[in-house]
Write a protein that binds this ligand. Structure first.
Ligand SMILES: Cc1cc(CN)n(C)n1
Length: 326
């Protein structure tokens, strides 16, 4: 079995949405390798909260089953969150289908989700150990379908031009160039966690002795790195400064930005061309960088600003992460 869906960029690439059919109802969901819950806007929310979103209506699905007494509650690194009830239904992602997938129906969502009309919920693709369902955690879509897939993998080929895809069960060699380089994943954190012990700026490489590990997180927009790396990068951008009013490094949009790369394991340098560093304008001539600090937390987060330049393979059986240029 295999499945393929398009990944459509929203908010200038702050997130990517893909169509998922649940009990015959289609929603646009954010595939997030940095969390492990599949949750959706549901008709239990108020009409003000639902707004322009598609909301899953369990009463309209002949295959929905409630998991009585089960609940979920989530909060994400950006402060957004959702909570609600739990059931199961048939989930189809581009032809890859799980008949009894646990789905989480939001009865409350944070304001960020209400105002983001593009996202009707998330598909968590991290490891099931970090699933939030209580009283006992549930399996992700990928965990449930892995044994049925032609290969126990899923891939992300994100692209701002709208041609991006997520694929389950196959590695499409037409989507990348050069060699796929694999590195070990430390799944004990529940995330697709790898080591990243060097970086390069403008083609010059720096080794790091005490780098924090990184997670590959399709649900995070930015590249959140250790402060020393971020300072080193923006030291090479003359107009760059940390602007606490916007909560990050900004610079003149006219700057000719140096290329940046971070190590993914020991045998792949994942680069971002200078033209791919800017995340968004904050005024007519000031831009907000896609490289920002992780504020000294114990993980670096490799988000879409980096991932959209590469083809990424998440190998569930061998717990390996593959990357290639595209
Ligand atoms: C909704 C959402 C998902 C993620 C990454 N896991 N963030 C930071 N926010």
């Amino acid at each position: 079995e295999t499945g393929e869906v398009i990944a459509t960029p929203a908010d200038n690439g702050a997130e990517y949405l893909s169509p998922v059919t649940i009990g015959g109802q289609q929603l646009n969901l954010n595939f997030d390798t940095g969390s492990a819950d599949l949750w959706v806007f549901s008709t239990a929310l108020t009409s003000d909260e639902i707004g322009e979103h598609s909301a899953y209506d369990p009463s309209k699905s002949s295959t929905y089953q409630e998991l009585r007494g089960y609940t979920f509650s989530l909060s994400y690194g950006d402060g957004s969150g959702a909570a609600g009830t739990v059931g199961c239904d048939t989930v189809d992602i581009g032809g890859a289908t799980v008949t009894r997938q646990v789905i989480e129906l939001a009865t409350s969502v944070s304001s960020a989700f209400v105002s983001d009309a593009d996202s009707d919920g998330l598909v968590g693709l991290a490891f099931s150990t970090v699933n939030s369902v209580s009283p006992d955690s549930q399996k992700t879509f990928f965990d449930n379908i892995m044994s049925e897939l032609a290969q126990p993998v899923f891939t992300a080929a994100l692209d701002l031009d709208g041609s991006g895809t997520y694929e389950f069960g196959t590695i499409d060699s037409s989507k990348f160039t050069g060699d796929l380089m694999f590195t070990n994943v430390n799944a004990s954190s529940g995330f697709w966690q790898i080591d990243s012990n060097s970086y390069s700026i403008g083609g010059r490489t720096y080794q790091r002795s005490s780098a924090t590990p990184a997670i590959v997180d399709t649900g995070t927009s930015l590249l959140l790195l250790d402060p020393e790396v971020v300072r080193a990068y923006y030291a090479q951008v003359p107009s760059a400064k940390y602007d606490s009013t916007v909560g990050g490094y900004t610079y003149d949009c006219s700057e000719d930005l140096p290329e940046f790369a971070v190590a993914v394991g020991d045998n792949y340098m994942a680069n971002i061309p200078g033209s791919g560093i800017t995340f968004a304008p904050v005024s007519s001539k000031t831009c907000f960088g896609g490289i920002q600090s992780n504020s000294g937390s114990d993980l670096q987060i490799f988000g879409d600003v980096l991932l959209k330049h590469h083809f990424v393979v998440f190998h569930g059986e061998s717990e390996l992460l593959g990357m290639a240029a595209k």
